[in-house]
Design a protein around this ligand. Structure first.
Ligand SMILES: Cc1ncc(C[n+]2csc(CCOP(=O)(O)OP(=O)(O)O)c2C)c(N)n1
Ligand SMILES: [Mg+2]
Length: 412
């Protein structure tokens, strides 16, 4: 589908001229989380952060699949066609199917690890489909849905998790950077890249994905500062999936995360991260601001990690069923399905064809993973330095001797 910004390009404004005037979205949200300075602060702030969660969301589709009006964001999805809506549904279903296959492959020993996106399909597909081809995306390690939107073949996402390569795709092929495991660091890369885009005079935008846990990192704070003072065309897209491994969001912040933007002088918006239409609309708006020279935006997609942190994690150790069941009722795929059905935008044929397509994708992924060649054992020594290095040479020689000590390796 085409989701290009219709905004004409305007000259970029200077950072100084903008600071202090961009926080209106944050300012109008009416949240008063002023509980600071007493012993009871943490508890009070936490409960306020929780409470505000339900009242500040930008939502266009309710969990029951009912379309609700929104004066500010409706315009960004006003022209969406039934075909495009079906496309969003297809994206989410296929992404979930791919993700389930990858989880199964890890359980079968074909992957070393997998970080599932289960539950976050709307946040990723909505925001991913809002990007333009010339925009540049900096993901974490969980953005399989965004990768899908950018046109990265899903099988290419699996090499790193199988341990046979360090990435698996050309970042410049789809303007989709390699996955980043060092929490929050990609927000700095994105901000620097966006500053470069601005210097080039291009009207592309940059989007940086990160998690609620990452919001506690210094790198993210520095990105916000640099993004703001350089008025960089960057969207900070935080998927607040409620957990940073076993640490709940409310232990990481006294205020709802989107409100952090105010202190940096740019808008922050909390969007229902399980509502694909709202995520599409809000991200389009934020990208358009970037293109128009209005600088950064923080989008907090309020969502839920329905599965484990990774396949190495057991969430039953730190959270109960009640929470998961409450979020299952807000499932992003189900709500769009309800909307499509209520609007008569689909028929049985659509769903059965999609089911067949999902199964075919699962099969293709399985076969591709099993066919991935093992890397040359010595490749790890090759890309450390541009030229030779005595220490690397020594380590290579040690490793060669170790390999040769196995009779069946035949000296390598
Ligand atoms: C700098 C750094 N510190 C710690 C870790 C270990 N670690 C991996 S994932 C993670 C939690 C991240 O949580 P969040 O940002 O909410 O993202 P999510 O996994 O929920 O998508 C941590 C602490 C890391 N990879 N990098
Ligand atoms: Mg998280």
């Amino acid at each position: 589908m085409t989701v290009e910004s219709s905004a004409a390009r305007k000259p970029r404004r200077s950072a100084a001229g903008k600071a202090g005037t961009t926080g209106s979205k944050t300012g109008t949200t009416g949240d008063t989380t002023g509980a600071t300075g007493t012993k009871r602060t943490t508890r009070t702030a936490r409960s306020t952060a929780k409470k505000s969660a339900d009242t500040q969301l930008v939502q266009l589709l309710t969990p029951e699949g009912k379309r609700v009006k929104n004066a500010e964001y409706d315009a960004y999805v006003a022209g969406i066609t039934p075909e495009e809506l079906r496309g969003l549904y297809r994206d989410m279903v296929l992404t979930r199917r791919f993700d389930a296959e990858a989880t199964a492959l890890q359980r079968q020993g074909e992957l070393g690890l997998w970080a599932s996106l289960l539950g976050q399909e709307a946040a990723q597909i909505g925001s991913g489909r809002a990007t333009r081809e010339d925009d540049y995306v900096f993901p974490t390690y969980r953005e399989h849905g965004v990768a899908w939107c950018r046109g990265v073949d899903p099988t290419n996402l699996l090499g790193m998790f199988r341990g046979v390569n360090n990435g698996g795709w050309d970042p410049n092929g789809n303007n989709f950077h390699l996955y980043t495991i060092v929490i929050g660091s990609q927000t700095l890369h994105a901000t620097g890249y966006a500053m470069g885009v601005a210097k080039d005079g291009a009207d592309s935008a940059v989007i940086a994905y990160f998690g609620d846990g990452a919001s506690s990192q210094g790198d993210v704070a520095e990105s916000f500062t640099f993004g703001a003072v350089y008025n960089a065309p960057v969207v900070f897209f935080c998927q607040n999936n409620q957990w940073a491994i076993s640490e709940p969001t409310e232990k990481q912040t006294r205020v709802p995360l989107y409100q952090r933007a105010q202190g940096y002088g740019f808008p922050g918006v909390r969007v229902d991260g399980n509502d694909v239409l709202a995520c599409l609309a809000v991200t389009k708006w934020a990208l358009e601001r970037a293109r128009n020279g209005e600088g950064p935006t923080l989008v907090e997609a309020f969502t839920y990690r329905m599965g484990a942190h990774t396949t190495s994690d057991d969430p039953t150790r730190y959270r109960g069923d009640e929470e998961r069941l409450a979020w299952e009722a807000k499932d992003p795929i189900l709500r769009l399905r309800r909307y499509l059905e209520a609007s008569n935008h689909t028929d049985e044929g659509f769903f059965s064809e999609l089911e067949a397509e999902s199964e075919a994708l699962g099969k293709r992924v399985r076969e591709a993973v099993r066919a991935m060649p093992d890397p040359d054992h010595f490749a790890i020594f090759e890309n450390v330095y541009a030229d030779g290095h005595a220490l690397v040479d020594e380590e290579r020689a040690q490793f060669a001797a170790y390999q040769a000590s196995f009779a069946d390796e035949g000296g390598h």
